[in-house]
Design a protein around this ligand. Sequence first.
Ligand SMILES: [Zn+2]
Length: 455
Amino acid sequence: MRPEPVEGSTADLHKLSPHQRESGFEDLHYSFVPCASLPGQLGRSGVITTPHGKIRTPAFVAVGTKASVKAVLPESMVALGAQALLANAYHLYLQPGADVIEAAGGLGPFMNWPGPTFTDSGGFQVMSLGVGFKKMLAMNTDGLEDDDVIADGKTRLAQIDEDGVTFRSHLDGSQHRFTPEISMQIQHQLGADIIFAFDECTTLMNTRHYQERSVARTQQWAARCLAEHQRLTREGTPSHFQALFAVVQGAQYEDLRRQATRDLESLVIDGCGFDGYGIGGALEKENLGTIVRWVCEELPEDKTRHLLGISEPDDIFTAIENGVDTFDCVSPSRVARNAAVYTSRGRFNVNTATSRRNFAPIDEDCDCYTCTHYTQAYLHHLFKAREMLAPMLCTIHNERFVVRLVDNIRTVIDAGTFSDFKIDFLGRYYGSSARSPRSGEADPDRAGTEPRPCR
Ligand SMILES: [Zn+2]
């Protein structure tokens, strides 16, 4: 069931870091090798090697927040070409508990997913559930001089201090505490191939002064995560090597983003640094490419760059051409549950009247299981009848659509025809009468409560 190995470049895919050699994971390693690059831009293709298989980049990482891509069998995710899945440490810590997943042999065996896995640190969820990201925050910040931006009548559910975060579960109100060390211990129990350092995710409404303090705190937490990760790798009994990615914050400020990137990149303990870097923060759609570029310009070419959360097809092009290798995206499954489907000519809702007697597939150009077996009329009926098969079939289509889009982008990067492909794809996708993309839509998978346009 393991996804087919992919052909990489002729470069050495088996080069081990000192950390990997010392850890005794010679056969179960992590590496990233860049291949082709976009002329004059930061975008590139490459190959990540993990203990559970290779990931050809750029790659879409499907989101299975609670160890499940909602409504889709893991076998279906393999069949539609998904290369890797990302789950969330916060959600799995609360339910079923990291110890349960550890006892099951780790995230992959627990959910019957044979390929590479990622876990997000839970930092965003801990803080967004506590600080609020709209529901809890005061929305009118005119004249704001401090960072007490909690809305009237709301109670802060998370308290951040220099050592970590104390928060209450969104499930039952029970109190918990995450520190960088605890996040690493949880992510080691979960056992994903790629894990993320515990960071503080601020909002665009925080003051510049707060952003500066927060970036400094995330840097300190990153150092503690790296030290604890190395201790756990050295002293524990892991079944395979786990790669640790730092997370770059700094909101919309160029100097903070660049300095944060340089500081994290230069962070080395016992001769070992981070295996890759995540780009986090609440990014506005119009600033996405610029912020990604600032970060990627500061990073060495041989380190993987992951964008934490992305939304629509045009954002995918923007992120990739500015240097992103992998990104996770909850939109394909989220919108599918509301009957929204992607097609080569834009996005539409299959539960509207126009599909009621349409006996064509969602997209004539799509090769997915849904489009090769079912009509819009049938899907329309399933949604109207509230049948569980409706979101299942639409999620399969949407996940395949994004997988195939990114596969095609990788192909045209290698072939040197990226610009032509981008113009053609976006022209057809947004040039039709289908709805335009929206950013900041509700994202229940992410925080359980609130939007997350980009982490
Ligand atoms: Zn399809």
